[in-house]
Design a protein around this ligand. Structure first.
Ligand SMILES: Cc1cc2nc3c(=O)[nH]c(=O)nc-3n(C[C@H](O)[C@H](O)[C@H](O)COP(=O)(O)O)c2cc1C
Length: 645
């Protein structure tokens, strides 16, 4: 087939090739950058058109009949999706790969596992399992067909040890992904499948409480004591010749952690009663605590920990659309715009607000810059639009006296809240002792928070990381100190360690730990790049609210969709109008010459939101001035292509 046919142009100047590329790009976007040959054939593409794109390297072969669109660097989701497409109709990600997607098992570097109803030729990098998946055992997560959590666990039972399976089940429970009934249903459905014996054994042991080890029990018990604000007991002490698990000597209370496996026999029961009698005679009360009691023990402000987590701190609700309060400020819903340096000025915040955000936080502002800054710096950084309230201005710095003054200026400018940056990993910030460096200087961090409160008279929140590197929990400890010693009203928590910067998976379980134990709201940040991820992070973390950062760039519609105020994707014309509004605001804020430079980073975000092909976006993303950008936008809206400047 000659290239000339594919370069045929419509009367409006667009080529047929552009149309087809756009269809492929759209298909690819919905499937993490992958598409199957059979899908393209079903969409009406001829084999020649597909081969032409392969030759031109617009499509790249990942597996036979499965292509990557545009480039070969697929994300992990892209690789999973490609393997599922290779499995053909009715296929789903399964076994270890599904375990990794659901995050109930560590990611495995081995082959991607796919269950498919038809026999498939072996493909490098994929392990096929042949089985038909009933409709209630397969679902779609992150756009990828995958076995349900219960079916995934059931499959995994055939390849994991009972201990590994139990951990995976626990993980699913902690993440509230799993319902034991459905695993029992599968056991009834497949009583003799490989693995069903392991499932039965693990469920039986869980039912009896026998698999909870003593040390796990002890950890849970101490957490409960902490949550109940009781003094920490001494553990593993000898009292009247008996070893007891925990004691409060002053109150003469001894605690026995009943791990069942060690206390279940009649002989053991008799021994325990005898021991209790001897201790009682010596003035000790013995309290027996079972794993069940700990499992269902109340956490603040009441109810089972899991229920507390689901509701969030702020008062018995679970939806993103529910109002809440932060330091006395009423926030209309639980979707917050994150602080974004060099981006989060008044019009970006106002835009998020127009699309529904309940609270908007400014880019970080230097407390020194304000206290010693020139008039223009102050005017630009503290500019607040009357329609963006409630608004929080984020400050950073290391000197409490300077912070006090900057906070006072921020309050005078009309901010409703102040957020303090104690999570920024950037060297330039940390070198001064500000940002994440404050994790190592809790005294200073507390003094800064007090100064911000005293100087402004406003509610103060702090944005924090969990620690400097994995296993460092200094951020969690600091969060508590900030609340207890400085009266901080909320914590914005980005559960990636400082060493991770902005990459890697955020640890929402850690966020949940904080949300369940702090007496103030926790706002979770990190990894919120799709609506599905936002909803999952909200549920998993039990946080009072979510904070959108990169996932909102050029995509304010995401706020609307999360809050049920907007449906579907915006049209190109809508996106073009929105960007035109941003350009006008930037010119007003910075003057035309500075806006020319400032806006260059915005154009690719909006080109993405418009779903432009590489050629179509060229003129916009390389626009040197706002005049060029407006011309590019006008032609995109008319469906033309303009030449890049
Ligand atoms: C370009 C950029 C600028 C940021 N600026 C700030 C900032 O000024 N203050 C702050 O506390 N966090 C800042 N962050 C961190 C974000 O607020 C957010 O916590 C982080 O990006 C994780 O969320 P995400 O994975 O959903 O993007 C910034 C992140 C990015 C990508």
């Amino acid at each position: 087939m000659s290239d000339a046919i594919w370069n045929h142009r419509h009367s409006d100047g667009r080529s047929r090739e552009d149309d087809l590329d756009e269809v492929i790009a759209r298909c690819g976007r919905q499937q993490h950058g992958t598409v199957a040959r059979r899908q393209l054939l079903a969409l009406g593409f001829g084999a020649d058109a597909i081969d032409y794109r392969l030759k031109r390297r617009r499509l790249h072969v990942v597996h036979a009949g499965v292509y990557a669109v545009g480039h070969e660097a697929l994300s992990r989701q892209g690789r999973w999706m490609a393997a599922v497409l290779a499995g053909g109709h009715g296929a789903g990600l399964s076994f270890r790969s599904a375990g990794a997607l659901w995050e109930v098992r560590p990611t495995s570097a081995s082959k991607i596992e796919v269950t498919t109803p038809r026999g498939q030729h072996p493909r490098p990098g994929i392990q096929f399992h042949r089985a038909s998946l009933p409709g209630d055992e397969v679902t779609v997560d992150e756009g990828i067909p995958v076995t349900t959590v219960a079916r995934t666990l059931f499959d995994l039972a055939a390849v994991l040890t009972p201990r590994q399976l139990e951990r995976a089940i626990n993980e699913a429970e902690v993440r509230r992904l799993w319902d034991q009934l459905s695993l029992l249903d599968l056991l009834r459905r497949y009583p003799r499948r490989p693995g069903s014996r392991t499932v039965r054994a693990v469920l039986g042991a869980r039912e009896a409480g026998a698999t909870i080890t003593r040390s796990e029990l002890e950890v849970r018990f101490l957490e409960l004591v902490d949550r109940a604000r009781l003094p920490q007991p001494r553990t593993n002490k000898v009292v009247e010749g008996f070893e007891v698990d925990a004691v409060w000597p002053e109150a003469r209370i001894a605690v026995e952690l009943d791990a069942r496996s060690t206390h279940a026999t009649i002989a053991a029961f008799e021994r325990d009663r005898e021991r209790d009698r001897i201790l009682l005679a010596a003035g000790w009360r013995t309290v027996r605590v079972t794993w069940r009691q700990l499992e269902f023990a109340p956490g603040p402000p009441g109810g089972r920990p899991s229920e507390t987590a689901r509701r969030g701190y702020a008062g018995g609700v679970s939806r993103l659309t529910d109002p809440w309060t932060l330091g006395g400020a009423r926030i209309a819903n639980r979707v917050v715009l994150a602080p974004l340096a060099g981006i989060g000025n008044w019009f970006v915040r106002l835009q998020a607000k127009r699309f529904g955000a309940g609270l908007v936080v400014s880019e970080m502002v230097s407390s020194f810059g304000l206290a010693y800054g020139n008039e223009r710096t102050i005017r630009e950084f503290l500019r607040i639009h009357p329609d963006e309230h409630p608004v929080s201005i984020q400050l950073f710095g290391h000197d409490p006296a300077v912070m006090r003054e900057a906070a006072a200026m921020t309050a005078a400018a009309g901010a409703d809240l102040i957020d303090l940056n104690m999570g920024c990993p950037v060297r330039k910030v940390c070198r001064t002792g500000a940002g994440a460096a404050l994790l190592a200087d809790p005294e200073r961090a507390v003094a800064l928070a007090r100064a911000a409160r005293d100087g402004s008279g406003l509610p103060v929140t702090v944005k924090l990381r969990p620690g400097r590197e994995p296993a460092d929990r200094s951020g969690l400890v600091l969060a508590r100190r900030l609340v207890e010693d400085a009266g901080v009203d909320g914590i914005a928590f980005h559960p990636r360690h400082v060493s991770q910067q902005h990459g890697g998976a955020p640890d929402y379980v850690l966020a949940r730990e904080l949300a369940e134990t702090l007496p103030v709201p926790v706002i979770v940040s990190g990894g919120l790049s799709s609506e599905e991820r936002v909803r999952r992070a909200f549920a998993e973390s039990g946080a009072a609210a979510v904070m959108l950062a990169r996932g909102s760039l050029g995509n304010p519609w995401r706020f609307g969709r999360l809050l049920g105020m907007y449906r579907g994707q915006p049209s190109r014309a809508e996106v073009a109008d929105e960007l035109a509004w941003v350009i006008a605001c930037a010119e007003d804020h910075l003057g035309v010459a500075r806006a020319d430079r400032y806006l260059r980073k915005f154009y690719p975000w909006y080109a993405d939101s418009m779903g432009l092909t590489r050629r179509q976006r060229e003129a916009l993303v390389s626009a040197p001035t706002t005049v060029h950008a407006r011309a590019a936008l006008a032609s995109v809206a008319r469906g033309e292509r303009v030449l890049a400047a």
